[in-house]
Design a protein around this ligand. Structure first.
Ligand SMILES: C[C@H](N)[C@H](N)CCCCCC(=O)O
Length: 211
C-alpha cells in the first residue's frame, strides 16, 4: 500500500522519499519491503534500508538478527542511518509490525516515530473483524499525533467493512480512508517535507545485553 501511495504521489509531481530503517522478511521473499518502496519512489534501495539492516528471517528484526548470528540492533544506530535527500516534499518512514513490535533490542516502532519526530501517522489497518480494537490500542499507545487510518483491502460491498468504517468515523471521530486516491489527496493537503517526517518467535531471545 505504501508503495502504491508513493508511486501515485510521484506521478502527480511530488518529490517523494521512503525510509525503512530495518527490515526482516522470509528468506524466500525476493521482493522485500525496501525493494518495493525503491521501485515506487525511484530511490536506490540501499538509501531506503541500508544493506546491513536486512535480516532474511520472518521474526521481529532484533530477534532475526540474533537468530542469524548477526550483531544486536540498536535504536540509536538505525535512527542515525535515516537520512533524507534535500529536495523532498513527502517522506515516509515505514515501520515493521505494529507500533509496539520490537525494531531494535532497545526500542520499538513507537519509539522510532517519537525519536524521528514524525508529524503524521498513517495507520494501515485491516478492514475486517477486530480492526476497531487494534486501531484503538494503537492510537492509545501512540498518543496525540495527527493520524489517518487507512482500511486496507476495504470492500464497499462488504457490510462489516462499511460498519467498521462508519464506527471509526462516527464513534471515534477518526479520519478514515479506504482508497489510495483519497489518501493521496489527504496527504497532499497536509504534507510537510521531512526533517519533520511523514510518515507510516520461536527462537531464543535476542542477546541485547552489551553494546
Ligand atoms: C517478518 C515480518 N514481515 C515483519 N517484518 C516483522 C513483524 C514482527 C512482529 C513482531 C511482534 O509484534 O510480535
Amino acid at each position: 500500500m505504501t508503495a502504491q501511495l508513493l508511486a501515485t504521489l510521484k506521478l502527480r509531481g511530488a518529490r517523494v522519499a521512503a525510509r525503512k530503517p530495518v527490515q526482516s522478511y522470509a528468506p524466500d521473499d525476493i521482493n522485500t519491503d525496501a525493494a518495493r518502496l525503491a521501485g515506487a519512489s525511484g530511490e536506490d534501495v540501499a538509501d531506503i534500508c541500508p544493506a546491513h539492516r536486512w535480516y532474511p528471517l520472518a521474526l521481529a528484526p532484533p530477534m532475526a538478527a540474533h537468530a542469524l548470528g548477526r550483531g544486536p540492533v540498536w535504536m540509536s544506530e538505525i535512527i542515525s542511518e535515516v537520512r533524507w535527500p534535500a529536495d523532498v516534499d513527502v517522506g515516509f518512514v515505514e515501520t515493521a509490525g505494529g507500533v509496539r513490535s520490537p525494531l531494535a533490542c532497545d526500542g520499538d516502532s513507537l519509539e522510532l516515530l517519537r525519536r524521528l519526530e514524525v508529524d503524521q501517522l498513517l495507520l494501515v489497518a485491516d478492514a475486517e473483524l477486530g480492526t476497531i480494537n487494534s486501531v484503538r490500542l494503537t492510537l492509545a499507545a501512540v498518543g496525540p499525533i495527527p493520524t489517518v487510518v487507512y482500511l486496507n483491502r476495504f470492500d464497499p460491498n462488504n457490510e462489516l467493512h462499511e460498519l467498521n468504517r462508519r464506527w471509526l468515523i462516527e464513534q471515534d471521530k477518526l479520519t478514515v480512508i479506504t482508497n489510495v486516491h483519497a489518501l493521496v489527496v489527504a496527504i497532499e493537503d497536509t504534507a510537510k517535507p521531512p526533517g519533520r517526517h511523514h510518515s507510516a518467535a520461536r527462537t531464543p531471545a535476542p542477546d541485547c545485553r552489551a553494546r
